[in-house]
Design a protein around this ligand. Structure first.
Ligand code: BES
Ligand code: ZN
Ligand code: ZN
Length: 491
């Protein structure tokens, strides 16, 4: 995919945007449309064959001066960047369908507050739409190479930067998706650590990974217990990026890297168990976030921790009733081996807290209850820090990813007290299962460290019915954009 801005191009193919002003019955066209095709479109509109709906598209082949793709923007007043991503998806799909490989796009014809935001969102939406997972197919379809020539009346530095930023961010999201889409027999903990190292090449990222012996030595008994049922060794992945003065506190990301969750001895039912290869999507979001932060060269210090493990019912697996001790000394009775995400995150959160960070954000496909609560539109997040809450809501608005604060209070904390140990990994009832999971995690975060937990169980995959630039089946890369935005906004 090649994007240029006012570059020299031989192509006469062009995108023409058309829309209705709110409450108006007339169409508005961007200046590039040909008079004949424009009047055709107007006639179709009068006949009510087309409505100028958002995302409606009509392709005019061989119009006198190159092909024209008309794209409806609905009742456009000011369009949000997220709407622009969706429009970009429409353009991508149509070009692919019509086998058009180069086109001009008058970016300023999209009514928006800020043209450079529009441009970045367009690039993102376009690249996100082009993602296909073909790694394991005999015939790997080539992704359609296209040359996109954005046109603008006036080039400035921020417009130029928008293209590069959009490319880096979309690449980051697509990388997270790829990690998630890979099957569990390939993307095991060792491989995930390899991928974290690979993505750091050519950047300032420092990546290390601990093996089983080192994890045991570091007193991560809660984490180790989960991996004991598997023939695959666990890995503890650490990614460090220093983009600010050494005196600046780092921000920390923690991600659940459960490369396959069978449930362990508390085994899951067979239907849809294959989806549990996605149980590392919190981890993949965090790995991709770090790669993106480094490529954008953000002025921030950031560290990520990804405990990577399988959850299998092998002979040495955790048994219901077992008690294990986390790195901070708290003992945990394991009453359901399928509540394993919180067990591996516990040790990672203790370790992250030791870095004395400005804040910690973790992402995890933690509970089925999260899917029931919010479906696949919003990522639920839990925090007791109002400032961090506002910071997250702002980043979510800017990134275009929907996040929604969920309640976390002392009632949930009480539910996680153990009978035979300090804590239990399973609340007495299923109600508010995502909140009790969050309350469990909170025990492992250092006192007074602002912390937020993002449960991506509903948003990490199969969101294509909601987002036109995401696949119906497959990983979404949820939270990469928001986490990068949080790092970008951090002062
Ligand atoms: N990885 C699952 C959560 C999950 C389930 C995510 C379905 C996405 C779709 C997690 O490890 C799990 O199994 N959680 C249990 C916890 C329960 C036993 C307390 C759950 O949600 O059922
Ligand atoms: Zn589980
Ligand atoms: Zn899990």
């Amino acid at each position: 995919m090649k994007f240029t801005l006012n570059g020299k191009t031989a192509t006469n193919n062009k995108v023409c945007f058309f829309y209705k002003k709110p409450k108006s019955t007339n169409l508005t066209f961007c200046s590039c449309s040909e008079p004949e095709t424009k009047s055709d479109i107007e006639a179709l509109f009068k006949a009510e064959t087309i409505q100028a709906d958002f995302g409606e598209s009509l392709f005019y082949r061989n119009s006198k001066d190159g092909h024209e793709l008309f794209v409806g923007l609905g009742e456009a007043s000011k369009m949000s960047p997220e709407q622009v991503r969706s429009i970009a998806a429409t353009v991508y799909k149509k070009l692919k369908q019509e086998k058009i490989t180069d086109i001009r796009i008058p970016i300023e014809a999209i009514p928006a507050k800020d043209n450079s935001q529009t441009l970045q969102a367009f690039v993102e939406g376009f690249l996100l739409s082009s993602y296909e997972f073909t790694t394991f197919k005999k015939e790997r379809k080539k992704t359609s190479e296209m040359a996109i020539h954005f046109t603008t009346k006036k080039i400035n530095a921020s417009l130029k930067k928008s293209i590069a930023d959009g490319e880096i961010i979309a690449e980051g999201v697509n990388f997270a998706r790829w990690l998630g889409d890979c099957p569990g027999n390939f993307m095991n903990p060792t491989q995930l650590a390899e991928e974290a190292k690979n993505c750091a090449k050519g950047t300032k990222l420092k990546v290390t990974s601990w093996n089983k012996a080192k994890i045991i030595k570091e007193n991560m008994d809660s984490f180790i217990g989960v991996s004991n049922g598997s023939s695959q060794e666990p890995r503890f992945i650490i990614m460090e990026y220093n983009g600010a003065a050494a005196s600046k506190k780092p921000v920390c990301f923690v991600g659940k890297g459960l490369t396959f969750d069978s449930g362990g001895i508390s085994i899951k039912p067979s239907p849809r168990m294959e989806e549990m290869k996605y149980d590392m999507c919190g981890g993949s979001a965090v790995i991709a976030t770090m790669a993106t932060i480094a490529k954008l060269k953000l002025k921030v210090n950031a560290i990520a921790f990804v405990p990577a493990s399988e959850n299998m019912p092998g002979p040495a697996a955790n048994k219901p009733g077992d008690i294990r001790k986390a790195r901070n000394g708290m003992s945990i009775e394991i009453n359901n081996t399928d509540a394993e995400g919180r067990l591996i995150l516990a040790d990672a959160l203790v370790y992250a807290s030791e870095k004395k960070p400005a804040w910690i954000a973790d992402a995890a496909t933690l509970t089925g209850a999260m899917m029931i609560a919010l479906g696949n539109t919003h990522t639920g997040f839990f925090t007791r820090y109002p400032k961090l809450r506002d910071f997250i809501n702002k980043a979510g608005e800017q990134s275009g990813e929907d996040v929604w604060q969920m309640p976390l209070c002392d009632h949930h904390t009480k539910d996680m007290k153990g009978t035979y140990a300090d804590l239990t990994n399973t609340a007495p009832s299923r109600e508010a299962g995502s909140a009790t999971a969050a309350a469990f995690l909170e025990n492992f975060v250092g006192k007074d460290i602002p912390w937020a937990h993002f449960d991506v169980a509903g948003t990490a995959w199969n969101v294509g019915n909601r987002l036109s630039y995401a696949p119906n089946k497959g990983a979404s890369g949820a939270m990469v954009r928001t986490f990068v935005q949080m790092a970008r906004n951090h002062r």
